[in-house]
Design a protein around this ligand. Structure first.
Ligand code: 5GP
Ligand code: ZN
Length: 114
C-alpha cells in the first residue's frame, strides 16, 4: 500500500520512535499520545482493519497480544495496568487504515470515555 502512512513507517520512509520490531510486527510510540505510555502495535502485513481480517491472519493477532503483554512489562505499566484499544472503521474512530492496536497506560483511564 504505497499511500499508507503505517506501511511507510514499516519501510523506514517515515521515522518513528520504535519500541519493538520483529519479522511480523512493529511497535512504536504514538505521535500524539493520549496517556503517558501510548504505543501502537501494527502487523507488517497491510491489513486495513479488524473487519478485513482473514483466517490466515490469526497467527499475527495472537503474536500482537503476546508482544503487547511484553511491551507492557518493558514500559513499566504491567503492574498498574493498561488498556488495549482497536478502533475499527468510521464509527469506531479509525483514522489510519492499517490495523493497529493502541496500548495506553501510565494514568487512570476512564471507561466509558467522556
Ligand atoms: P486511530 O485513530 O486510527 O485508531 O489511531 C491512529 C493513531 O495513529 C493516532 O493515535 C495518531 O496519533 C497516530 N499516528 C498518526 N500518524 C502517525 C505517525 O506518523 N506517527 C506516529 N507515531 N503515530 C501516528
Ligand atoms: Zn499499511
Amino acid at each position: 500500500m504505497d499511500s499508507c502512512i503505517f506501511c511507510k513507517i514499516i519501510k523506514g520512509e517515515i521515522p518513528c520512535n520504535k519500541v519493538y520490531e520483529d519479522e511480523k510486527i512493529l511497535a512504536f510510540k504514538d505521535i500524539s499520545p493520549e496517556a503517558p505510555v501510548h504505543i501502537l502495535i501494527i502487523p507488517k502485513k497491510h491489513i486495513e482493519s479488524l473487519s478485513t481480517l482473514e483466517e490466515d491472519d490469526k497467527d499475527v493477532i495472537s503474536h500482537i497480544f503476546i508482544k503487547a503483554k511484553e511491551i507492557g512489562e518493558k514500559m513499566g505499566i504491567a503492574q498498574s495496568g493498561y488498556r488495549i484499544v482497536n478502533n475499527c472503521g468510521v464509527d469506531g474512530g479509525q483514522t489510519v487504515s492499517h490495523m493497529h492496536f493502541h496500548i495506553l497506560g501510565g494514568r487512570s483511564l476512564q471507561w466509558p470515555p467522556g
